[in-house]
Design a protein around this ligand. Structure first.
Ligand code: GDP
Ligand code: MG
Length: 310
């Protein structure tokens, strides 16, 4: 059916794609968010543009070569909630983690609290593999104490693997990722490879600006406006976005800028507020309007296919 599929399998017959959902669980403060952020290598904000087709809330997707790992949130699972525990005990499994393909259970070294025990009771009944991540090993001076600790936790549950690591220092994360990768089901990837890249963020940013222009100008602008994102740069807590609005004639430029720049300012403010909500961070947005003389045949062809945003 798909020649692409045949081509790629011929090109590398040994290539087996894997894909699956992974939940990172653990009591508060063990370093789950730190771990996720360091695995993903960037502060994650965008997940799927499409409505979720599963009940999972996607936190981040990481695609490396043949493996796509979809990290999901399991609301309630890692929070202390006795009632939830009771509910859970009555049922065979918690629906929140029932559907995932792997659970990463995060604990701190040389420490096993009631809350860890509580998380364990929830993890115990899942049918998927459970990998125990002993985080914050950088805080342990005498590393020889780690072995007896790992021994004692392995007696609590037969974890598929126990990986000591430091999320904060990105130490041994590759080992954890390897353990995850080899345990995910063979499957085609559910999301495009670039789902969580700047490209899709850029695309969304351009779409937002274009939407604001259309909303502001409505009938006054019965022609195509192209928005190009020239800058998309995270600097500390602020993401700097520079967008160029391309119009076809000088008169259209004036319309978009408006009286004393009022219109462009309003477009910018509205777009920035939407972006801050969507990207969950502070945004510095710079907008320019430029006149682009005519379209090349290639561009016209692309636009006719709907690729006029970027
Ligand atoms: P969460 O509640 O499980 O999501 O935990 P966070 O990721 O918010 O981390 C809680 C605290 O532990 C933060 O102050 C982190 O900086 C710290 N932390 C996380 N991972 C490590 C680590 O590997 N080593 C050390 N020393 N601190 C860490
Ligand atoms: Mg957290």
């Amino acid at each position: 059916m798909s020649s692409e599929l045949i081509d790629s399998s011929e090109a590398s017959p040994e290539m087996i794609q894997r894909c699956g959902y992974v939940a990172i669980v653990g009591r508060p403060n063990v370093g789950k968010s730190t771990l996720l952020n360091h695995i993903l290598g960037q502060k994650l904000s965008i997940t799927s543009r499409k409505p979720q087709t599963t009940r999972h809330q996607v936190l981040g997707i990481k695609t490396t070569d043949d493996v796509q790992v979809i990290y999901v949130d399991t609301p309630g699972l890692h929070k202390r909630n006795e009632k939830a525990l009771n509910r859970y005990m009555n049922r065979a499994a918690s629906s929140a983690i029932k559907d995932v393909d792997l659970v990463v259970f995060v604990v701190e070294p040389n420490k096993w609290t009631d809350e860890d025990e509580l998380v364990l009771t929830r993890v115990q009944n899942v049918s998927c593999p459970v990998v125990l991540a002993v985080n914050k090993v950088d805080t342990v001076d005498d590393k020889s104490t780690l072995l007896p600790f790992m021994q004692s936790v392995s007696e609590k549950y037969s974890f598929d693997e126990i990986v000591p690591l430091s999320a904060l220092n990105s130490h041994n994360l590759e080992t954890l990722e390897e353990q995850i990768h080899t345990r995910l089901p063979k499957s085609i990837h559910f999301f495009p490879e670039d789902q969580i890249t700047n490209r899709s963020e850029r695309f969304l940013a351009a779409e937002i600006v274009r939407e604001k222009i259309m909303r502001q100008l409505g009938d006054e602008l019965p022609y195509q406006v192209t928005v190009e994102i020239e800058e998309f740069r995270a600097e500390g807590r602020v993401t700097h976005i520079g967008a160029v609005i391309l119009v076809e004639r000088a008169g259209q430029k004036g319309i978009i800028i408006g009286q004393k720049g009022d219109r462009l300012r309003k477009i910018g403010t509205d777009a920035r507020l939407d972006m801050e909500r969507l990207f969950d961070c502070k945004i510095m947005l710079n907008l320019w309007v430029k006149v682009k003389g005519g379209w090349s045949d290639d561009e016209r062809a692309l636009r006719s296919l709907g690729y006029d945003d970027i």
